[in-house]
Design a protein around this ligand. Structure first.
Ligand code: NAP
Length: 301
């Protein structure tokens, strides 16, 4: 029975509960941390660099700090003023690169405009690049070599695999081609043997392309862009978008109520891809700590 046939028997899509899946993942990561501490005397350390006072970035950094501590890791937050120079940020990154207690480094984006993000990302030791955004890790992903994979894309794959384990031969359509989400998600889906189509702002007739998808991943940043006539009945829909509405509420790129009428499985916003990002960041920190200590990297996810 195809996913589309199954769907005709249901009225509404099943919700993929990212919050619950992320919680289980974090519990499993904590168990790996406990083993690293008890058997190898290694307590993984995550350093987060926050430049400026952007309120959203401040919340993300606090959440990462709390999650790292809950997982039994060391957490270091370095806050620099909005006026910090590129040199100051690079010096801090160099210091963290050399600090043996720090296994993972994350520089919270966006950075103030006097600082070139690409230069800062390139300065992070690729072995500690737990955001997976260093060009070396990007290249490793392209070349199917082991490396650190960006967190949100990794989280998307875990969410999809919570529905179908074997993705071979499925048609995946990714809307969005950013370095942060769209491109790495497409690459990870290729790795899973999907046939992958990537759409972006210049793609004509996206609705038509999207309707071909067994798996639809949307990472655009436009509230409710995707309607039910963009979605094949029974499809798995992963909504990465985070859009703050005038009333302060957060919503996704997918019109959840409308698309739920046709999709087989769908992630909500909030509570879908978002919680997975932090869980995968913790997973990457454990992976980085293992690699740096020449230990086998556990399978996480
Ligand atoms: P981004 O760098 O702004 O990229 C957006 C992509 O969407 C671009 O490739 C752009 O195409 C494409 N696009 C823009 N308008 C479009 C349209 N009308 N139709 C089709 N494609 C269109 O954004 P991002 O960093 O990938 O983030 C995307 C969304 O995910 C944002 O809402 C962000 O907040 C959210 N996000 C969530 C998480 C999480 O943890 N859940 C993590 C990261 C990002 P072009 O390349 O042609 O311009």
């Amino acid at each position: 029975m195809t996913m589309a046939q199954k769907k005709t028997e249901k009225e509404h899509a099943d919700i993929i509960d990212g919050k619950a899946i992320a919680k289980k993942l974090r519990e499993s990561i904590k168990r790996h941390v406990d083993v690293l501490v008890s058997d190898h005397k290694i307590m993984p350390g995550l350093a987060v660099v926050l430049v400026g006072d952007d309120p959203a970035s401040g919340i993300y950094v606090n959440n990462k700090e709390k999650a790292a501590k809950e997982a039994g890791m060391r957490s270091y937050v370095h806050r620099l003023p909005k006026s910090a120079s590129q040199d100051e940020v690079l010096k801090l990154v160099q210091k963290l690169n050399l600090d043996a207690k720090v296994n993972g480094i994350l520089v919270q984006m966006p950075l103030p405009k006097q600082i070139d993000s690409a230069t800062v990302l390139k300065a992070i030791d690729p072995l500690k690049d737990v955001d997976g955004l260093h060009i070396e890790n990007m290249g490793r992903l392209m070349a199917d070599m082991p490396g650190l994979v960006p967190c949100t894309p990794m989280g998307c794959i875990i969410l999809i695999k919570s529905v179908v384990q074997n993705l071979t031969g499925l048609h995946a359509v990714v809307i969005g081609r950013s370095h942060l989400v769209g491109k790495p998600v497409a690459q990870l889906l290729l790795r899973e043997n999907c046939t992958v189509t990537t759409c972006h702002s210049r793609t004509p007739n996206i609705a038509h392309v999207a309707r071909e998808a067994d798996i639809l991943v949307v990472a655009v940043g436009k509230a409710h862009l995707v309607k039910k006539d963009w979605v094949k009945p029974g499809a798995i829909v992963i909504d990465v978008g985070i859009n703050r509405m005038d009333d302060g509420k957060i919503t996704g790129d997918v019109d959840f109520d409308d698309v739920s009428k046709v999709a087989g499985h769908i992630t909500p916003v909030p509570g879908g891809a978002g919680p997975m990002t932090i869980a995968c960041l913790l997973g990457n920190t454990v992976a980085a700590a293992c690699r740096q200590n020449e230990l086998t990297v556990p399978h996480i996810g």
